[in-house]
Ligand binder design. Structure first.
Ligand code: CP3
Length: 479
């Protein structure tokens, strides 16, 4: 028992024991108008009326406060503990039972909508704010579009409140909850130019038959690891992507509707090599030694696994595009884990194939790759529209490596711990170094749980303060 939490413990135990469906029965009858669901985050609003709503609010706040107190003692690092209990009004946390439910036949509606649309056009109508898409296509914009990798979750108290009701993969598999978390950063930071759908790269191995749990403070853990090539027999290398991942497609389709197409929803996938890394290791690890050994010890099996993943990734990205995500990102977070020679041999052809194939099948789709800590120049000659830049690369070097591509990045995520003045100064300098044309402003890797919520605000205000006139394409000195 965490000292000081005794009173809350019973509430928390109850909340954690009751699945989302049961919460839905509690029914906090205060259906939010859809427009409010996408509006800016409100730190303080009038309290709910009605007994059930009050109870739901108590559960939500009780569970949340209890988690925060627990985390202050157990982790001593989560930024959310800065908020004193009570300083976070229950009203501002959307209880799972309050989240607008999609219709029963959401999947059918989604498929019908795409069938009708694709008969006449190959893209969904542009979002109201289409800066991200314009920049990805290399068209002119008034200022750089911006979003943050891993913006949905982790560092947001409202995400932790939501996760206190249900587990991570259940949220991923429940379109309205995935949508709710996707919208959370937008409510807080309404000037965001894009939302990334809440999900995880590991839904693909799950679809192949590797069940996964998200262990608190550990990360994802599969029920088994691929220790030897024989273990691949436990996998379905050709799963029916629509049947196994329709929950992601539904979440994309529903989120696009809930946000009223004001900003684009980004779809994503892990790259084959990054997915293979987690599958061989059995979950989140500090180093990918076993996965790297696989490439040398079992090159044929590695190729077989990587190409199966490649084909699933193509289907999966096309499915997200058809559900309403105009830009699709491939995260190769583990790119820099292996030498360039090995990366060129085992990974690059599949990545290039993914971009080519997705664009062949959906010419209107925009595709982006994040080869973290890898050699970006490899992708200058590819069908990717956007190449992500890690924080380890300078903007000038990135521009030299990929002169024809739109670049995305690359603020050091640690800068978000600094005071607002430093954040503003460095962000403005970075936008000027990249130049606004052909640029999407982002971090050089993701947000982490300890990030203060004030950091992104200063970052975004700084990006918005730089117009395309202030930051034209840079004249790069020869190396
Ligand atoms: O960007 C977003 O906010 C949207 C959702 C998203 C998640 N994971 C949710 C998540 C995205 C785009 C991902 C991608 C992802 N997942 C990557 C590639 C991009 C990257 O950030 O490098 C990778 C490597 C994973 C695998 C993964 N998921 C790991 C290793 C972990 C544990 C460590 C960590 O970073 O937290 C996760 C957990 C995860 N994925 C969380 C969230 C919100 C945290 C879960 C929790 O603790 O509640």
């Amino acid at each position: 028992m965490v000292p000081g939490c005794e009173g809350m413990a019973a509430v928390q135990a109850f909340v954690q024991a009751v699945p989302v469906a049961a919460h839905a029965r509690v029914k906090a009858h205060r259906p939010r108008p859809a427009a409010e669901g996408v509006g800016p985050f409100k730190p303080s609003v009038p309290s709910r009326t009605g007994q059930a709503a009050g109870a739901a609010a108590v559960f939500a706040l009780g569970a949340w406060v209890s988690r925060q107190r627990h985390s202050v003692r157990c982790q001593r690092k989560a930024n959310v503990v800065e908020l004193a209990p009570g300083a976070w009004p229950a009203e501002s946390i959307t209880h799972p039972s309050e989240v607008a439910k999609p219709p029963e036949d959401l999947s059918e509606q989604r498929k019908k909508a795409w069938a009708e649309l694709s008969a006449s056009a190959d893209v969904w109508p542009a979002p109201e704010n289409d800066r991200l898409l314009r920049a990805a296509r290399g068209e002119s914009v008034d200022r750089a579009p911006k979003w943050m990798m891993r913006q949905a979750g982790r560092y947001l108290p409202e995400y932790l409140a939501m996760l206190s009701h249900t587990d991570f993969f259940t949220v991923c598999k429940t379109p309205e909850l995935a949508c709710e978390i996707t919208l959370q950063p937008y409510r807080r930071y309404p000037s965001l130019d894009s939302l990334i759908i809440f999900s995880d790269i590991l839904v693909i191995p799950v679809a192949m038959g590797m069940n996964c749990r998200m262990e608190p403070k550990v990360g994802p853990q599969f029920d088994f690891a691929l220790e030897t090539p024989e273990d691949m027999e436990k996998l379905n290398l050709t799963p029916d992507v629509e049947a196994t991942l329709s929950y992601v497609f539904d979440a994309v389709y529903w989120t696009r509707q809930q946000v009223k197409n004001k900003v684009p929803v980004i779809g994503f996938s892990g790259a084959p090599w990054t997915l293979m890394g987690y599958m061989v290791e059995g979950g989140a690890v500090r180093s990918f030694d076993r996965a790297k050994k696989w490439l040398y010890l079992y090159p044929e099996a590695s190729r077989k696994l990587l190409s199966a993943l490649r084909d699933i990734v193509v289907e999966y990205l096309v499915g997200q595009f058809d559900s309403g995500a105009p830009l699709l990102t491939v995260f190769d977070t583990n790119c820099g884990e292996i030498p360039p020679r090995l990366y060129d041999e085992f990974c690059v052809p599949d990545l290039k194939y993914i971009a080519t194939e997705v664009k062949k099948r959906r010419p209107g789709a925009l595709v982006s790759v994040f080869p973290k800590d890898g050699e970006m120049a490899t992708f200058e000659d590819s069908d990717f529209d956007v190449v992500g830049v890690s924080w380890t690369t300078s903007p000038a070097e990135a521009r030299r490596s990929c002169p024809s591509k739109t670049l995305q990045g690359n603020l050091d995520p640690h800068l978000l711990y600094a005071d607002t003045e430093q954040i503003r100064e460095r962000t403005v300098a970075m936008v000027k170094e990249f130049g606004v044309p052909k640029y999407i402003c982002n971090l050089g890797h993701g947000m982490v749980p300890t990030h203060p919520v004030e950091g992104p605000k200063a970052f975004m205000e700084a990006v918005d303060s730089v117009s395309s006139e202030d930051a034209p394409s840079p004249q790069l000195p020869a190396k």
